[in-house]
Write a protein that binds this ligand. Structure first.
Ligand code: ATP
Ligand code: PAF
Ligand code: BAL
Length: 311
């Protein structure tokens, strides 16, 4: 493991761009890990993937809770944060060169709507855009799964990730497969908009009992956390069943819904889709991924498992 090293903290986008360009001029590959902070080992695994992506490499972690991906009814106000703790964790890896954590990346405008909201908008609505009105949409991929219940989510993600890419100008960007649809949306955006960036999808990091690590887990009570283990357990059982020949998606989905519901979860969706296109399938006869989202208490958790019955 590398010796601990304090990353440089950058708040300003012009300074970030200049920093990145200097690293490129030195012959380094710039690798970025976009996050919303409150870091855990899942995030640190993305940092390791970024550090391993090239040599020499300059690793940038972004910490920014992007308001435009939260609908007004969602949890922007209670999203956890611990900037000092995040810096300590990143320093302990010894491989992070810079942390980009701007106060705000949106121009809130000066018009009537901006004044009425005091600039404290959770979701920057299209019609409120006297300061910001350009959005990136990945039109088909953004619609199903999480897109169905989080209507502004992928528009916000694709837009902020584009902004981060334009500011940092990275060669490599690392995303977690825990947010499977997000990773696919970004891959598609990079392809369609000709960003010269290699996107790495990094495997899900789990607690020893199987729960996928997530910043929002901190809001689970002990009891809710115990019940939420039904998510990863039902996914593992589904994979075992599929590898043993039960490839009927309807049956498998029903079983997962039943298991989570019996454990007090309120299921948002359970879908079995092709890994790249995210198109739903009826039989698991190629590379698929089972994606789930469910509420345990006030916390909406997502998880998934990749399955290829041919391998
Ligand atoms: N358990 C995990 N394993 C691998 N990657 C992860 C894991 N959790 C988060 N990531 C990745 O870290 C990046 C930043 O995610 P984010 O900061 O939203 O953390 P999070 O834990 O997913 O938070 P949330 O509770 O909002 O889902 C994303 O690319 C996400 O997929
Ligand atoms: C990619 C991201 C940093 C964009 O705000 C966020 O959606 C996340 O943390 O997964
Ligand atoms: N991990 C994706 C960020 C979000 O849920 O808002």
């Amino acid at each position: 493991m590398a010796a601990p090293r304090e990353p440089e903290v950058i708040r300003d986008k012009a300074a970030m761009r200049a920093w990145s360009r200097r690293r490129r001029a030195e012959g380094k590959t710039v690798a970025v890990v976009p996050t919303m902070g409150y870091l855990h080992r899942g995030h640190l695994s993305l940092v390791s993937a970024a550090a391993a992506s090239a040599d020499p490499v300059a690793v940038v972690v972004t910490i920014y809770v992007n308001p435009s991906q939260f609908a007004p009814t969602e949890d922007l106000a209670t999203y956890p944060s611990d900037f000092a703790g995040d810096l300590r964790k990143l320093a302990s890896t010894g491989v992070v060169d810079a942390v980009f954590s701007p106060a705000d990346l949106y121009d809130r405008g000066t018009g009537r709507r901006a004044a009425a909201s005091g600039g404290a908008v959770s979701c920057l609505e299209e019609e409120a855009g006297d300061g910001h009105e350009t959005w990136v949409r990945v039109e088909r991929l953004e619609k199903g799964l999480c897109g169905a219940s989080r209507p502004v989510f992928f528009r916000g993600v694709a837009t902020i990730v584009s902004k981060l890419f334009n500011i940092i100008e990275p060669d490599v960007a690392v995303f977690g497969k825990k947010d499977y649809q997000q990773w696919r949306v970004i891959c598609r955006m990079v392809r369609d908009l000709d960003f010269a960036i290699e996107v790495i999808g990094s495997e899900i990091v789990r607690e020893t009992d199987g729960l996928a690590m997530s910043s929002r887990n901190v809001h689970l009570s002990r009891e809710e956390r115990e019940k939420a283990l039904s998510i990863s357990r039902s996914l593992v059982d589904a994979r075992t069943a599929a590898l043993n020949g039960n490839t009927d998606c309807e049956q498998i989905k029903n079983k997962i819904v039943q298991t989570m519901t019996e454990n007090g979860g309120q299921v948002d969706y359970v879908e079995i889709v092709e890994q790249e296109s995210l198109v739903p399938v009826e039989k698991m006869d190629g590379p698929v991924v089972i994606c789930v989202a469910a509420w345990f208490g006030k916390v909406r958790l997502i998880d998934n498992i990749e399955i290829d019955t041919r391998s």
